[in-house]
Ligand binder design. Structure first.
Ligand code: SF4
Length: 473
């Protein structure tokens, strides 16, 4: 009998005889640590000399990277990085450099992906932008936790398998704003106590008089939670389920950066989780930025049409396999994609159109397209907002109603703001999600067009209609 099977039987027995589930009752009664103890604490080899991919620019500058990584930077580029080191324009002071073996292979056939991962000296030419994008610390009641809407978000990991240059969690990686990682026991206590408060006040905050909501949903974010070992990831998942969470999102780019991470042990852990908490839905919020991250290509960099039909393309097996294994578990798992639209990476409506069709065809929903956040150095990655809206809108042409579910939004300090239209010299926004309980009839904002705007704050002097005064807050 193999170890996993034996473990499952053991766990089933534990589940049946020791741990009768009453999900909203006394969670302290349950000893889920016992269940987690049988999950392997696995390590993965993501490449480089030490299994974490190549981390930092120094190995490149010192010529201490495996041969295949040497193609990434020219000598001239490395010289420039060296000149910038220790100055206010130091590239890695802005955002850490990291790349996995798997993504390096993809980069070799796509300039777009190279632009996603490769440090550029221009990144620090203009460092305007927020150190803590969207002022996330304002919504952090305990370390490592954001509670802005009806759900909570946890910083679970301080890294990803590779690092996107446009990353909006850059301060978590550089540790410049005091953000810390979540501790599951503190998070559990916070959720349980908060839900007690909501129950006691029957959903109306006694201080503000505004509605407050039970925390039923949690997003494991980071960095990438899939960069954790299965055991550490399980500790978060099981702990949140114990605290009463019924929808668990896992935000990950690992299907693009290192799909081999979705190993058998991981799927065993997921099945164990489902067996223990059959009422909890798990949503993988994946992050495909460009179809070259998952489609097969020929030597001329054309995508290969599928043999099965003339409308779809061939996926790389190493990416498709984990997607199919996740989809096989549709009774408790679903997948949604979200990505920013980034200059020189995916700023092309035809590419995004094709990506949405392919993702939908494989059962991955199209959730959000984002404006690049107002991060430090954004000028090297963001397109003007109205231009991004146009790329997004054109990418919707020819999609069917069920393929066309994505919204184009900005994740701002004031909430998620959707760009609905740019028309007749005006731009129309809708407040899609907000922490203030804005009334539905007050959730539209109209401003004069500003082709030079990159972010919502660039419209402050252009307001025509803002009944909720959100632009003034
Ligand atoms: S995957 Fe997300 S968190 Fe990780 S580097 Fe990219 S943008 Fe940042």
């Amino acid at each position: 009998m193999n170890i996993i099977l034996a473990a499952r039987i053991k766990v089933t027995k534990i589940s049946q005889y020791k741990i009768r589930v009453n999900y909203f009752a006394n969670f302290a009664m349950r000893n889920y640590e016992k269940i987690i103890s049988i999950i392997k604490d696995n390590n993965f080899d993501r490449g480089g000399f030490h299994g974490s991919g190549v981390v930092g620019l120094k190995p490149f500058v010192d010529n201490k990277v495996p041969d295949e990584f040497k193609l990434l930077y020219t000598q001239q580029e490395l010289k420039k990085f060296t000149q910038l080191r220790g100055t206010p324009r130091d590239i890695e002071e802005r955002m850490k450099v990291k790349i996995s073996d798997h993504y390096l292979k993809l980069v070799q056939r796509s300039e777009h992906l190279k632009n996603l991962i490769k440090a550029r000296s221009e990144e620090t030419e203009d460092l305007s932008g927020d150190l803590d994008p969207s002022n996330q610390n304002r919504y952090s009641p305990i370390p490592g936790l954001l509670h802005k809407y009806e759900m909570v978000l946890l910083y679970t990991s301080g890294t990803c398998s590779s690092h996107c240059r446009y990353c909006y969690r850059l301060d978590l990686f550089t540790k410049k704003t005091g953000k810390q990682l979540a501790k599951i026991n503190e998070v559990k206590d916070y959720i349980v106590n908060y839900n007690r408060k909501v129950k006691a006040c029957q959903g109306t905050d006694p201080e503000s008089g505004k509605p407050i909501y039970f925390i039923k949903e949690a997003l494991l974010s980071g960095g990438d939670p899939m960069a954790l070992s299965n055991k550490r990831l399980a500790r978060f998942m099981f702990g949140l389920a114990e605290a009463g969470i019924t929808t668990l999102r896992i935000g990950t780019k690992e299907l693009a950066f290192f799909p081999a991470r979705f190993d058998d042990n991981f799927f065993d852990m997921l099945d164990l989780f489902n067996k223990t908490y059959p009422h909890v839905r798990v949503v993988f919020v994946v992050h495909f930025t460009h179809p070259a991250e998952f489609l097969e290509m020929d030597n001329e960099q054309n995508y290969l049409p599928s043999n099965l039909n003339s409308f779809t393309f061939d996926w790389m097996k190493e990416t498709l396999n984990p997607v199919l294994k996740l989809k096989k578990r549709a009774h408790f798992i679903s997948l949604e994609n979200q990505t920013p639209i980034i200059w020189k990476v995916n700023d092309d409506s035809a590419t995004l159109n094709m990506m949405q069709k392919e993702l939908y065809n494989k059962g991955i929903g199209n959730h959000y397209f984002f404006q690049c956040r107002n991060i430090q150095g954004k000028k090297e990655f963001a397109l003007p907002l109205e231009e991004t809206w146009k790329i997004f809108s054109l990418s919707q042409k020819g999609l069917s109603g069920i393929e066309k579910h994505a919204r184009f939004v900005m994740s701002t300090e004031q909430g998620k703001i959707e760009v609905i239209s740019v028309t007749d010299g005006k731009i129309i926004f809708r407040i899609h999600r907000d922490p203030y309980d804005i009334r539905p009839e007050e959730n539209i904002i109209i401003c004069k067009s500003n082709p030079n705007a990159f972010w919502i704050t660039d419209y402050k002097g252009h307001i025509i209609y803002d009944p909720s005064s959100i632009l003034q807050s």
